[in-house]
Structures are given as C-alpha cells and as structure tokens.
Design a protein around this ligand. Sequence first.
Ligand code: NDP
Length: 296
Amino acid sequence: MTAVVIDGKAFAAGVRARVAAHVARLREEHGVQPGLAVVLVGQDPASEVYVRNKGVQTLEAGMASYEHKLAADTSEVDLLALIGQLNADRAVHGILVQLPLPGHLNADLIINSIDPAKDVDGFHISNVGLLGTGQKAMVPCTPLGCLMMLRAHHGSLAGMSAVVVGRSNIVGKPMAQLLLGDSCTVTIAHSRTRDLAAVCRGADILVAAVGRAEMITGDMVKPGATVIDVGINRVARDGKARLVGDVDFASASKVAGAITPVPGGVGPMTIACLLANTLTACCRAHGLPEPEGLTV
Ligand code: NDP
C-alpha cells in the first residue's frame, strides 16, 4: 500500500483563506477587526522566526498584529503588567506569549494571567478544564489543526481507535481530548508505555508527538491507518541540516492509508489555527456568530 499524503500546506492555505474572507466580512459589516498580540521575551532564534511568521500571516489575514519584544531579563512583574494591559485592550482579541520563556519566569503563572477569552494558544488552566469537560474552549492550535485534517479526511471519527504517542500539555493531552470528543476510543502512550509497537499497531488513527526523529517505523503502523506526524526534529543528513518528523516516512507510508509529511503536514496548520482562534475569540468578544468549521 502507498499512503495518501495529506497536504497540510494546501489545507492550511485553505483555512487561512477562509479566515481572511470572514475577517473581511467582519470589517465591512460590523466595523470590527480582530487583533492578535504576540509577546516574545528574549532572542531565541527559533522563536524569533515563529513570531515573525505569525506577524506576517496575521496581517495577510486582514487582522491587526501587535508585537511586543522584551529583553531576556524582563522581570515577572513587568511581563504581568504588559499582559494586564493587553487583557484590558479592546483592540486585542488574542494574546500569545511565545514559549519557551527564560528560566527565571514562571510560565504557568504567566499563561494563567492571560484573560482565558483571549488565550488563543488554549493553554490557560480554564481552557484546559473547559476542553476536558467538553465545553466551549479556546483549543490549542496544533491539536486543533490535526483534528481539522482528520475530520476532512475521514468525515466522522466515531468509533475509531486512536493512539496518541506523547502526553505533553501542549500537544498530546489536548489531542487525546479532541479525539475523545469526536468519539474515538483513545489510548495515550508515553515513555513508560510497554510494547509501544503493539499499542501503535492497534490504531486506526496514530498521532506521533514525541520529539524523537523517525522513531515510529512502518512495522508499528496498522495497514491502512491514518498517521499524523506532529514531530519537528532537526537532523544532519549527508552533511545537510534537514527537518524530519517523529515518523519514519519512508517505511510508514508503505503501510499507512494516509500520512502527513514533515515538513508540509501539521506545521503549517498550527499558525493557520492560531489565526482561526483569534477570529473565534473576536467573534465571541463581540457576540457575533462564530465561523463554521474553524473550531470545535
Ligand atoms: P514534549 O517533550 O513536551 O513531550 C514528548 C512526549 O513524548 C512526552 O510525553 C514523552 O513521554 C513522550 N516520549 C518521549 N520519548 C518517548 C518514547 N521513547 N516512547 C514513547 N513516548 C515517548 O514534546 P511536545 O509535545 O511539546 O512536542 C512533541 C513534538 O512535536 C516535538 O518534536 C515538537 O517539536 C513537535 N511540535 C510540533 C508543533 C507543530 O506545530 N508541528 C507544535 C508543537 C510541538 P513522558 O511524558 O513519559 O516523558
């Protein structure tokens, strides 16, 4: 079998186009423009690239973009004060604090100081609780992007067996909650799971969010399964730097029914879903109908 390759780049472009069309209507019909504030503390090169991309795509979607770049030694008090200002700013509908934060800052404290209604990353404890209890939440962007692609590929996911490898608060756990919400039978695997290969082979839907280059190989995949590769790992191949996923694409794509590549799979969906979440937050703030199909 040769798997269908799920084109996350094209899918994300479609999501961004739908967001931009909805934003244009909001501006024309209601005089409302969604605004996203991104806060970056320090000069981590990878974070600077992410923040720049987010800013560009926010503007391309017709939204307002506010970037706050703070020195690496910014105090917790000053950062909390900035978040307080952004919480109160009616032009700002979404607030994202770029992670990781420098070690002297308490990330949980900072994230939980964001107004949950503006928490477009979906990491605030209130949103975690809302998602966990099946209530309307801001949903973390990467798992939301994975769910959108799975729904588009399969239609209903009800009754499917899903295995999520990885139990982080950012990807693994919310991914599992979303799959459960769509009535999958969900298993969460992690570093202490016994016989990971056998667990993975039971999955109709296999989501890899581990951070270990190409560790999920074809012999761990059920024939015909859908494989979603969240991993982004930088490796050296033939003297060149390359990005690979947590899934060994060459062997897994011979067994799976569908698979996301790295790059060009889950990655582009993450920023697209950030824009979707900002739009959703703006609609909720103004009591306007939410865009269909861009949230759960
Ligand atoms: P974390 O490091 O927070 O979590 C990794 C998880 O994998 C942990 O639960 C860990 O288990 C588990 N794990 C580690 N080794 C093994 C193993 N040998 N067998 C089974 N499970 C294992 O990572 P994140 O969730 O933040 O990220 C995961 C990957 O996704 C990374 O490559 C990251 O770069 C990528 N990512 C991609 C995004 C995108 O936009 N595409 C966004 C966010 C992340 P335990 O809990 O037991 O330690």
